[in-house]
Every structure is written in C-alpha cells, then in structure tokens.
Design a protein around this ligand. Structure first.
Ligand code: DX5
Ligand code: ZN
Length: 219
C-alpha cells in the first residue's frame, strides 16, 4: 500500500488547525510541508513558525520539502521545528552528499527531490546515502498543476536502480497526483503519493485519502 502524504499547501490556512485535525483522523501517513523561497522556485509559501505550529498539531510524520537555495543553512532550524523528513533539491545543492550527511546527522530522514528535467541516473551514487527520492511530477512552485506523463518511465528507471543496488530508498511522487492516475503511479513502483489539490479540493478529503490509500490493494 502506498503511503499518502497530503500537501498542506492546498489547505485552508484560516482553518489550519481543523485541517490538521482532519488529517490526523484520516488514513494520511505523512503531512507534506512545502517550503518555497522565491529564488529556487518562483513562489513563496510558509516557513519555520508554521512548521512548528503544525508539528504541535500532529503526531504523524512531518515531511518537509525544501524548494530553497542553500538548504544547508536551514537544516538545523527545520530539525528544531520538528521535521522528521527533510528533502532538498539536487539542483539546489552544490555539495549534495554533505547535505545528506548533515540531515541524517540531525536525526532526520534525508530526501532528495529532482525536477522533471533531471535524469534519475544522477542519483545513482547517493542512493545508499538517502532515505527518500522525491520525483517531481510537475515543475515545483505551485499546487494544482497537471501530472507530467513521462514521470511514469522515470519511476520505473528509479525503481530498477534502487532494487538492483539493494537500496532501501523510498520513491515519493509529488505533483498532479489524482484518483485517476494514482494506480498507474503505484504500479510503476512508487511508494509515497503526495496529493494537494486532489485531497483539499475534494468534497470529502477523508474519503479521498482513503481511496488513494486503497489503490495499493488492487495492485
Ligand atoms: C509543488 C509542491 C507540491 C504541491 C502538490 O511545488 O512541491 O507538493 O503542493 O500539489 P498538487 O497535488 O495539487 O499538485
Ligand atoms: Zn512538495
């Protein structure tokens, strides 16, 4: 069964406490928290105080996705804020291996996200040094974009690299995940589904999360 990670980027921030309560009572596995700096991506989102507040509102895994330059400057602060997983972008890291060591050294799971144009083979020499690969299935920066179909091939390639190397890394898919495409994404080899609009714009987010979660059972 896939892990389900609703993205709070699409939540109603005026009712963020209630949104957290809804996720707590649902089958969601992780809270996916998108941090944007207006430099690595052409948008801003929220920062440390919001992550700290959400941390207090849940015992579920806080999966923090940093879409920022120089992520090494903020890793310690996100650890203090309560992040369980910290994902940095390969395209934003000059010293990726060092950044992964830093994240694990701070007691968090280390993730690497790659943009749709970045070959998955660029990760082959660090697959043993990370816990999560976040394959972006849209260009990062905004919720509600359409899934890029080529991602399915990329999942299969990455699955083969991980399995052939005997690695433990989990594959997370971020962007444009819907009830229509989730089965093919899981079938291709993904372990974790991020979903923003599909969850929070649905009439019944709890039921939508349950439907996403059940996808693995029909595999
Ligand atoms: C995009 C973010 C995603 C986004 C997903 O830059 O990293 O996590 O919130 O939103 P949906 O599921 O609406 O594409
Ligand atoms: Zn994200």
């Amino acid at each position: 069964m896939p892990l389900i990670a609703p993205s709070l980027l699409s939540a109603d921030f005026l009712r963020i406490g209630e949104e957290c309560g809804l996720l707590n009572a649902s089958q969601a596995d992780w809270f996916h928290l998108d941090i944007m700096d207006g430099r690595f991506v052409p948008n801003l989102s929220f920062g440390l105080p919001v992550v700290e507040a959400i941390r207090r509102a849940t015992t579920k895994v806080c999966d923090v996705h940093l879409m920022i330059l120089e992520p090494e400057k903020y890793a310690e602060a996100f650890a203090r804020a309560g992040a369980n997983n910290l994902t940095v972008h390969l395209e934003a890291c000059v010293h990726l291996h060092r950044n992964l060591q830093q994240i694990r050294g701070l007691g968090m799971k280390a993730g690497v996200a790659i943009n749709p144009h970045t070959p998955v083979s660029l990760l082959s020499d660090v697959l043993g040094d990370l816990d999560i690969v976040c394959l972006m299935s849209v260009n990062p920066g905004f919720g509600g974009q359409a899934f890029i179909p080529k991602t399915l091939d990329r999942i299969r390639q990455l699955r083969a690299l991980i399995d052939e190397g005997g690695h433990e890394a989990k594959i997370e898919i971020d962007g444009g995940v819907t009830l229509d495409n989730a089965a093919s994404i899981v079938e291709a080899g993904a372990d974790i589904l991020v979903a923003g609009n599909t969850v929070f714009r649905s009439a019944d987010p709890t039921a939508t999360i349950a439907q996403l979660k059940a996808i693995g059972t029909s595999r």
